[in-house]
Write a protein that binds this ligand. Structure first.
Ligand code: MSP
Length: 764
């Protein structure tokens, strides 16, 4: 089977649809910005383009996040979906449609697809007992307790009567398809992974669930909901009108399907390159022409993600440097397909180097001089000298290199070639110095030189601006106006990118007044961005803490409500103070310090007051930042359970820095129950625990093996720090930290309660 040939003057591209359990961050913005740049270029080439994005709103993960936030899944999904859409609008992204999987059109289309697959005999009923990763909404092979191969979280055992899709029937067909369509998926690493996954054998896939209800009902058997990935993938067609009888919908679907490109993150290639084509083959529908995977945006060495708590928001960058700066950075800095690190430092450097001092400065010099020397009217260039010929050749080379590189999604190289032209133009200006008349150069000759140099430089700028428009739309629009060319959007509508050639800027064109493009970012830009992130996290956490325990509380900033499913190390022990006399009458709890499984970190003394306790969702130093918090709030003093468990000991005046109640609420302490406890091979101190928080289960590695028999721990209710970044130990991911009192000899005593406390209850 090959992809259906489609008219080259149409182009349909999609982003992944985003889960609504987390507020948008730069990682999400990345895929959407890339699609936006492509869509703008296609349109400016006269191609009838359809750019789809949206939100993925069903599934157990969303249901649980909503529950935790005390809202219905529908309310919760609506709030977060609006955050995504609002951000795309603030960033000026030109999507043509935004689909929500909770919309009626999607429900209808997805049910239509399910029914088509069933009618064609590719869906049958069976029963499934196995492991399921709620976080990734994926089935996982292996015995109970198997961690998810993608995220490392412990899978849940599900046992259900399900509908199955005959994926096994497509093994050979998929391999043949990949062979016949070598351009179907990329980059090469994705292609290799996918092919080897399929070669290793495909099992039938469970495509319905009965254990929760937040989904699209299976047509005719409503106690089942359709598996979220089948539901989610269908969006690419339902948004066009698949499954609708309306003639307009039918026409749109006919016109744009199959998609020319699904742009996705690399971790979801299996769903897009294996399941999706198999569903389509089974339904007898044309397959997408390509799937392209972007790498991950890393921050502080980890994939930027809510669960790691290391996110940066696109708004922050936009507010300080502008949306174009963000677009430029993401496309220039990260070779598409590879992982790339994000840092404010690197961003500011690129911004100042390439935009403020590079392109921006060049435009401002030339436009200013045209105003100064020619009253704002572009002069006739006159006869070309070797210097102009060289610059023209450089422009021709940039034009030749940019398009193919961009179209192969090699944005970084495309921009590099364009910036060679920026650099050459700068050099040309400096070499010819139209602002300086040597004493021996006659006036008329100097004016001719000024005219030639400025007209030539302005033409080079026009070319850079036309080509860079899809990547720097706002700035290109400003430059276009300054060059007296009017609205670049209108030019784009007239397919101007098909006609970029040297010599388009005509003498006599009246330039507009110069206007600043990229004001240089001074030192405070970094600080401002960091402060914006901190402020945002503070308010998110405040909202979360208000929401906790108060159903009547106002709507929280929803994405922030679910405690990140992360943790750093394994045990927080509440240490008895080690020196000095008791603070008589004081209700201050002992200092909380962190006991790592493998190492015992001494508490930091006298560190900065708030620098030391950063909110869990912060961007910059995170994990170390929570180390070691001192619990000083009155609430904590009264309620800290482990304080009661701590043995009598001489108390010392706390020497750790004070924190405020705001700092304390950043630590998400929760009641959990131990379900599984076992030793970790070759690690004397470590126990592997699976704990139940009521709203989710997770794996925690705890350095308590020398003090607790694993069998005796099963069933015990404990307290964990629920919002520390995950951490790998001995190849296993630890997603939490236990609270324990530390005896003078270092032995931990796990915190617990006399009364029965529900799982997931928060300690405040
Ligand atoms: N809902 C599914 C996709 C269904 S598509 C039919 C999903 N959602 S997601 O919100 O978890 O991720 C959406 C996209 O954002 C993915 O492509 C993912 O790779 C991308 N990113 C999330 N964090 C990212 C980074 N830190 N860096 C780059 N992309 C990232 O998966």
């Amino acid at each position: 089977m090959t992809n259906k040939a489609k008219s080259p003057d149409r182009y349909y591209l999609t982003t992944p649809i985003y889960y609504v359990n987390a507020r948008p961050h730069l990682g999400h913005a990345y895929s959407t910005i890339v699609c936006d740049a492509i869509a703008r270029r296609k349109r400016a080439m006269g191609i009838d383009t359809w750019f789809l994005t949206g939100t993925d709103e069903h599934g157990q993960k969303i249901e649980r996040s909503a529950q935790l936030a005390g809202r219905t899944p529908a309310e919760f999904a609506t709030a977060i979906s609006a955050e995504f859409r609002g951000l795309w609008d603030r960033l000026g992204l030109t999507y043509d449609d935004f689909i929500r999987t909770t919309e009626e059109r999607h429900k209808r289309g997805t049910q239509h697809l399910f029914a088509a697959l069933r009618d064609k005999g590719y869906i049958y009923k069976g029963s499934y007992t196995g492991q399921y990763c709620v976080s990734d909404e994926a089935y996982v092979d292996g015995p109970p307790g198997t961690p998810c191969p993608d995220c490392g979280r412990i899978t849940e055992t599900v046992s259900e009567e399900n509908y199955f899709f005959k994926l096994s029937a497509f093994e050979r067909k998929l391999l043949e398809f990949y062979d016949a369509n070598p351009g179907f998926m990329g980059p090469e690493s994705t292609r290799r992974e996918v092919i080897s996954f399929v070669r290793s054998g495909l099992k039938d896939l469970s495509v319905s669930r009965t254990s929760f209800s937040w989904g699209i009902p299976v047509p005719g058997d409503e106690k089942h909901v359709i598996y979220v990935w089948l539901d989610a993938l269908a969006n690419y067609m339902t948004a066009l009108g698949y499954g609708s009888d309306d003639p307009a919908d039918k026409a749109r679907f006919e016109k744009f399907w199959p998609a020319d490109m699904h742009l996705i993150g690399k971790e979801i290639s299996r769903f897009h390159c294996v399941y999706w084509p198999a569903f389509l083959m089974a339904a007898g529908l044309p397959l997408p022409r390509s799937v392209r995977a972007n790498g991950w945006l890393l921050f502080d060495q980890g994939k930027m993600s809510k669960s790691r708590g290391n996110i940066v928001r696109a708004d922050t960058v936009q507010e300080v440097l502008g949306a174009d700066a963000l677009r430029y950075f993401l496309l220039r800095e990260i070779p598409f397909g590879q992982d790339g690190s994000f840092s404010f430092d690197a961003l500011v450097q690129r911004y100042n180097g390439d935009l403020a001092n590079g392109y921006g400065n060049l435009v401002s010099r030339v436009v200013n001089m045209v105003h100064k020397y020619f009253g704002g009217v572009l002069p006739e260039a006159g006869a070309e000298t070797p210097a102009e010929a060289t610059l023209r050749e450089s422009a021709v080379a940039a034009i030749a290199a940019f398009g193919p590189a961009f179209d192969e999604m090699n944005f970084s190289e495309a921009l590099k070639s364009l910036w060679t032209l920026v650099g050459d133009t700068d050099g040309y200006l400096t070499a010819n110095a139209p602002w300086k008349r040597p004493a021996d150069r006659p006036e008329a000759e100097h004016v001719a030189l000024q005219a030639r140099v400025l007209a030539t430089a302005a033409e080079a700028i026009r070319i850079v601006t036309a080509l860079v428009y899809p990547i720097l739309p706002e700035s290109a629009a400003k430059v276009w106006r300054q060059l007296g060319l009017g609205e670049i959007k209108d030019a784009a509508k007239n397919s101007f990118l098909n006609e970029v050639a040297w010599g388009g800027l005509k003498a006599g064109t009246r330039f507009e007044e110069p206007a600043p493009l990229f004001p240089r970012a001074e030192k405070d830009a970094l600080e401002r961005m960091q402060n914006l992130e901190d402020e945002n996290n503070r308010s998110a956490i405040e909202a979360a803490s208000k929401q906790e325990g108060a159903d009547k509380a106002p709507a929280p900033r929803v994405g922030s409500v679910k405690p990140p499913t992360v943790a750093d190390t394994n045990v927080i022990s509440v240490k008895p103070p080690t020196a000095g006399g008791p603070r008589v009458g004081s209700v201050k709890p002992p200092t909380v310090s962190e006991v790592n499984a493998e190492s015992v970190k001494p508490p930091t003394r006298g560190g900065p007051r708030d620098g030391s306790v950063k909110p869990p969702t912060v961007t910059a130093p995170m994990v170390g930042a929570v180390n070691p918090p001192t619990v000083e709030s009155p609430t904590a003093a009264v309620e800290a359970p482990a304080a009661a468990a701590a043995p009598e000991a001489p108390a010392a005046a706390p020497t750790s820095p004070q924190i405020t109640i705001d700092d304390f609420v950043k630590i998400d302490l929760r009641v959990a129950q131990i379900l599984v406890a076992e030793r970790v091979p070759k690690a004397d101190k470590l126990l592997r625990l699976e704990v139940d928080l009521g709203y989710e289960k997770r794996q925690i590695l705890a350095g308590i093996a020398q003090y607790y028999e694993p069998e005796k721990l099963v069933g015990r209710k404990i307290v964990i720090v629920a919002n520390l970044a995950p951490r790998k130990m001995r190849g296993l991911e630890s997603n939490g930290m236990l609270l324990a009192a530390s005896l003078p000899d270092g032995a931990p005593v796990l915190a617990g309660f006399l009364e029965d406390v529900p799982l997931g209850a928060r300690l405040k």
